[in-house]
Design a protein around this ligand. Structure first.
Ligand SMILES: NC(=O)c1ccc[n+]([C@@H]2O[C@H](COP(=O)([O-])OP(=O)(O)OC[C@H]3O[C@@H](n4cnc5c(N)ncnc54)[C@H](O)[C@@H]3O)[C@@H](O)[C@H]2O)c1
Length: 319
């Protein structure tokens, strides 16, 4: 993509300064705007320190660090930056009223073709379209902390969002070396809905006195959490066996009596149809034509690579 696009990031807090750094590292000129000059000063220091740390650790060379920092401007003038921008990332407080007021202003200040992408973690994107002139250019682009590192961006169109805006959001996400995936505009989108379901159970286990936070963290990071950066939940279910999953759901539901463990009809149907995952040749994915053997090899490679890292970080104390 053309890196001559000028990118504005509104909000220089936890997320905004990292998003701006990531965009600058990809070759774009960035203006990061905040209402508080003190926040901008702090953001400048954090970005500089982060880039210097990357150079020290040999992740990037000094030239890239210097050039990236040189492409960043820190501003408290929203109006001047809005007329300058070709694309806007919004990363202000998670407060719907604050975001609605900002989108109303941005809608009036920016060119009508400028995409306005919100980093909201939870709000309905339609509520931002409502208040914006030319709502077809409003979209959710949900980054994950720390944004300089974590690959995912959830791309969330609302009803009013145009196909062109979705395409631009994907292209720009890829241009900053992220891994975008479109998802529906519903509460928590995909990642936070799953993440908070897990957090609810982790908290319940601690509150019930079954394990300490440290024990939960040790178990999760060395078990399913260990696998999760290599495979998603449906890939893992296929590898474990859909019939095994169904039995566990039934037992948990019977013993704990909570709705979230009710055996999912989708799994019941798959078991009836003999789609048990990798072992039967089909599950959520198909494993014909040598795909099962290829997956076993990929699984082992990915997990052994992660095991070496895990042992170095957690067991051999080199972290
Ligand atoms: N913190 C996370 O882990 C995380 C992860 C993903 C998404 N998000 C989302 O990103 C957004 C920002 O979160 P954060 O953690 O960076 O918040 P933060 O509180 O650290 O930063 C928000 C910044 O926005 C500025 N701001 C507020 N209103 C403004 C306005 N009208 N104009 C200019 N600047 C304004 C504030 O001064 C502040 O510096 C939120 O929507 C949040 O839900 C956060």
């Amino acid at each position: 993509m053309d890196t001559s696009w000028k990118i504005m990031v509104v909000g220089a807090g936890t997320m905004g300064h990292g998003i701006a750094q990531c965009v600058a590292m990809a070759g774009f000129n960035v203006r990061i705007v905040d209402q508080f000059p003190g926040v901008l000063d702090k953001a400048k220091v954090l970005v500089k320190e982060h880039l210097e740390g990357m150079v020290r650790e040999g992740r990037i060379d000094a030239e890239l660090a210097e050039a990236s920092f040189g492409r960043m401007e820190f501003h408290d003038d929203l109006e001047a930056s809005a007329t300058w921008a070709d694309f806007v990332f919004e990363a202000v407080f998670e407060d719907l009223q604050v975001k609605r007021e900002l989108f109303h202003r941005l809608g009036a200040l920016t060119r009508p073709d400028v995409v306005l992408a919100s980093n909201t973690s939870s709000f309905d994107i339609a509520k931002l379209c409502d208040v914006t002139q030319h709502p077809e250019r409003v979209i959710g682009m949900h980054w994950f902390h720390p944004p300089q590192i974590t690959p995912c961006i959830e791309v969330i169109p609302a009803g009013a969002t145009s196909a062109e805006t979705v395409e631009t959001a994907k292209v720009i996400a890829e241009a900053v070396r992220k891994y975008p995936t479109a998802c529906a505009n519903s509460p928590g989108f995909v990642a936070n809905r799953i993440q908070f379901a897990m957090a609810a159970e982790a908290l319940a286990i601690v509150e019930e006195g079954l394990a300490t936070p440290e024990e939960v963290d040790r178990i999760v990071t060395s078990s399913f959490g260990f696998r999760l950066s290599a495979f998603g939940p449906f890939e893992i279910a296929d590898q474990a066996g859909i019939d095994v999953y169904l039995s566990i759901f039934k037992y948990l539901h019977e013993m704990l009596g909570r709705g979230q463990f009710a055996p999912p009809p989708l799994l019941e149907k798959m078991v009836q149809d003999g789609k048990l995952g990798l072992k039967s040749g089909a599950g959520f994915y198909n494993y014909g034509d040598g795909a099962a053997d290829a997956l076993r090899r990929t699984r082992d490679k990915r997990l052994f690579d992660r095991l070496a890292l895990f042992r170095a970080e957690r067991m051999d104390g080199s972290d």
